[in-house]
Structure formats: structure tokens, C-alpha cells
Design a protein around this ligand. Structure first.
Ligand code: SAM
Ligand code: SF4
Length: 419
């Protein structure tokens, strides 16, 4: 039986695409290989959001230069200049855009490596306990620093009936939680007929039998409607967790980023969400060292994070991306050492805040959806997206269990299973 190996880097959308590719390959008779060495086909699913991610992809590609077998590259590194990619990486047999597995299917069929006739679009996703479901591709926001809209194209929402049918099917096959994905998931439906919206989609997914939890990410602050907040508050299966990237706390930086909101508007949005969903956990993304960001402007970001007290903060140093507005118009003038200092300041601040937030859970009973085993322990997440570990000799995979929290850290919780 032929074997495949997929290496993935980047966001949840990439992970979802890799799952889809794996489901197709398994549907045509391939089996997974844990390492490239044992695989007939190796696929790299790439990310180019920051230079550091792109460097890792190039390093991985180089390490596979002398390997036998087929090598394919997909993900955000695959742009329209396939000829340029071929010149840079002549040992790669196939480049294909992640949203178009049919290119991979044709390639394998033409070489007699799979029996033809399987439509990759009709291959059902694998039903994990928690399964990613892409609901909107692409991004129309064109934040001035971001490469994603150039690589993933304009926003395209999947028809609502199609998403609902997929989630029903997943729930019948054992999925307990779906994570609805989009670069800008809040704008779901604006390109569909009628008044389709994420709030309406949540409303239709909530009654699905067998499904316990619904999450969605990533939200854009300028597109989060009151209707969506209200749906989150009202629908019992929609989890109390929002991923709401702020990127910066200074209005001048936000404007140069093209984010479409001010720091004050963002703070008021968080207040509205917290009023409507009191137990909500919030995560955010921040970029430090954006072109021209002064110490004073950085301090505004720092203050905003201290004031709002997020559960999780993902912080990155600004990385110029060729082709974006910022890289064309603004000099990357914050020195690397200063960017790293600012990133460390945010990380230290957040470690303290996450420590305090999680410590409040000590001795509390939390509901955990068990996703699997890691290092000899069961692990899962709370509705608020906290990672929880516990010991038990019985098979708990896929179960909703109650755990009493006995240890907390900024990154995870540990506890004892309650009977
Ligand atoms: N769509 C989401 C949003 O609105 O933020 C997230 C998508 S983006 C791929 C993930 C994160 O990467 C962003 O939130 C941002 O913090 C970071 N990012 C994007 N471009 C970057 C750049 N040029 N340099 C540093 N970080 C960047
Ligand atoms: Fe990039 Fe902005 Fe789109 Fe997020 S919303 S993917 S940061 S352009």
C-alpha cells in the first residue's frame, strides 16, 4: 500500500487543508507515514506570513533535496509564479494551491499512482473529536503588512446548506466539536445570496444532534456584529471563546496597518462581548516593531494588553513581506533587537496575566472534551479553550468529562477526573 507524509506549518487553515489532503489520499488507498523516509509522496504545506516561517519551509525543502519519491509543495508559498518556484526548487515535482486538491489528484492519476475517478471535492473530511471546517476562503481586508490576501485570494463563502450538511455528517461519524475557520470568519456570508451571516450559520448548527460544541476563528474586530455577539450569548453549544486580533494599541499604528478600527472602538467591543458573555475567554494577536512604531506607541499596546487582560496573546515581530503595501511604502526601521525587546516585554506581561487568570481555576470543576493522549496523559479543552491534562486508565477519547483542577500554569491546567 503506498504511503504519504504531510508536513504542515502555519495557521489552523493550513492544518484544515492538510486534513483534507490526507482524507483524499486515504480515500484513494494511501496510508500515513510518520516520517518522510518511509513515504512514496511527501507534501509540504507552507506558510509565508513571516520570514521565519518561510525560512523553515525552505530549510525543509532543502533537507528533502536528495530524497527518492514524489515531493509536492502547497500552502501560501505557492503563488501564481509557478515557473519561478520551479526554478528555485527544481527537485519539487508538483506545486499546487491548497484550495485546489484536484491539481494533486490529476497529477497522481496521470502517473498511474492512483485509480482515477475520485472527485477530491466529494471526499468527506475525517471526523476527529474536534474537527476544523473551513467556511470562508481568502481575505478582502488587505491589512497593509499581510501577504495572506495575495496568496489566498478574495473572500469566498461556502454555501450555508453545504456547511450544515457537512457538520451533520461529521456529527454522525463521531465529531463532538467543530471549529469554523476563516481568515476573517465574521464576514462569512456577505458574498452569498440573501442575508447569510455567521450568526445565522451558528443558529442552524446549534441543534445538530451529537454535536456538543461550536467554535469559530479568526474574528476581525471591524466585522464582529452585535447579532453575532447575541448569538454567542444565546446558543448553548457556541463556546465562550473569541479569537480577536487587535494587532496594536495605538491609533496611528492601527491606521497605518489599515485595520479599520481605533483602540477605543476595540476596547468598547471587548466590553460588549464581556457584558453579553460573562465567562468568555479572549485571545488576541499583536505585532510589535511595525514601521515607525515609537516607544510611546508601543507602550499604548502594552497598556491596552494590561487593561484588557486577555487569556492568550500571540505576539510577533513585524516581518516585511514582499508585495505588501507596508513593505513597498514604509521602511522597516525598528531595529531587530528593539523588536525582540518589545516582544519579550509583551510575553512577560502576558505570562503574569495568564498565570493569574488560570490560578483562579484551582479547585474548580471544569468540563473537558477529551481529544487524545500526550505523554501518557489524557488531554482536552474546556469550552474557554484551556488545555487540560489528567490521568485515567479507561479510554476517555471523545468523551465529555468533568475534571477538578489541581495544578495551573500560564499555558495549561492539570486535574483529577471526577466520577
Ligand atoms: N486574519 C487574522 C487577523 O485578522 O489577524 C489572522 C491571520 S494572520 C495569517 C495571523 C497573524 O499573523 C496576524 O494576526 C498577525 O499578527 C500576524 N502577521 C501577519 N502578517 C505579519 C507580518 N508581516 N509580520 C508579523 N506578523 C504578521
Ligand atoms: Fe491578513 Fe488582515 Fe486578512 Fe488577517 S484580516 S488575513 S491580518 S489581511
Amino acid at each position: 500500500m503506498p504511503r504519504y507524509h504531510i508536513w504542515t506549518i502555519g495557521c489552523q487553515m493550513n492544518k484544515a487543508d492538510s486534513e483534507h489532503i490526507a482524507a483524499y489520499l486515504e480515500g484513494v488507498g494511501y496510508r500515513p507515514a510518520p516520517r518522510p523516509a518511509g513515504a512514496d509522496i511527501v507534501l509540504l504545506n507552507s506558510c509565508v506570513v513571516r520570514q521565519s516561517a518561510e525560512d523553515k519551509v525552505v530549510h525543509k525543502l532543502e533537507s528533502l533535496r536528495s530524497r527518492e519519491g514524489i515531493l509536492a509543495l502547497t500552502g501560501c508559498m505557492v503563488d501564481s509564479d509557478i515557473a519561478g518556484l520551479r526554478e528555485r526548487f527544481p527537485h519539487v515535482d508538483l506545486f499546487f494551491p491548497p484550495q485546489d486538491i484536484s491539481v494533486l489528484a490529476r497529477f497522481l492519476e496521470e502517473r498511474g499512482l492512483v485509480a482515477g475517478g475520485v472527485d477530491p471535492g466529494s471526499v468527506a473530511a475525517r471526523a476527529a473529536t474536534s474537527t476544523f471546517v473551513n467556511i470562508i476562503q481568502g481575505c478582502d481586508n488587505f491589512c497593509s503588512y499581510c501577504i495572506v490576501p495575495y496568496r489566498r485570494g478574495r473572500e469566498r463563502s461556502r454555501p450555508m446548506d453545504e456547511v450544515v450538511d457537512e457538520v451533520k455528517d461529521l456529527a454522525q461519524r463521531g465529531t463532538k466539536e467543530v471549529v469554523l475557520l476563516g481568515q476573517n470568519v465574521d464576514s462569512y456570508g456577505h458574498d452569498l445570496d440573501g442575508d447569510a451571516s455567521l450568526a445565522e450559520l451558528l443558529q442552524r448548527l446549534n441543534p445538530i444532534e451529537g454535536l456538543n460544541r461550536i467554535r469559530f476563528l479568526t474574528s476581525h474586530p471591524k466585522d464582529m456584529s452585535d447579532e453575532l455577539i447575541e448569538a454567542m450569548a444565546r446558543l448553548d453549544k457556541v463556546c465562550e471563546h473569541v479569537s480577536l486580533p487587535v494587532q496594536a494599541g495605538d491609533d496611528g499604528v492601527l491606521e497605518a496597518m489599515g485595520r479599520g478600527y481605533t483602540a477605543g472602538q476595540y476596547v468598547r467591543l471587548v466590553e460588549r462581548i464581556r457584558r453579553a458573555v460573562p465567562r468568555v475567554a479572549l485571545s488576541t494577536d499583536v505585532i510589535v516593531g511595525f514601521p515607525g512604531e515609537s516607544e510611546k506607541q508601543f507602550e499604548k499596546t502594552y497598556e491596552l494588553l494590561r487593561e484588557l487582560r486577555f487569556d492568550t496573546v500571540h505576539v510577533a515581530c513585524y516581518s516585511p513581506r514582499a508585495g505588501t503595501v507596508t513593505s513597498r511604502k514604509l521602511a522597516d526601521d525598528v531595529p531587530d533587537a528593539e523588536k525582540v525587546r518589545r516582544r519579550k516585554a509583551v510575553e512577560d506581561l502576558q505570562e503574569g496575566i495568564s498565570t493569574e487568570i488560570n490560578a483562579k481555576l484551582l479547585g474548580k470543576r471544569v468540563g473537558v472534551l477529551v481529544e487524545g493522549r500526550k505523554k501518557g496523559r489524557w488531554w482536552g479543552r474546556t469550552r474557554t479553550d484551556k488545555l487540560v491534562f489528567f490521568d485515567d486508565s479507561a479510554d476517555r477519547a471523545g468523551q465529555l468529562v468533568d475534571v477538578e483542577v489541581t495544578h495551573t500554569s500560564p499555558w495549561s491546567l492539570r486535574g483529577e477526573l471526577l466520577g
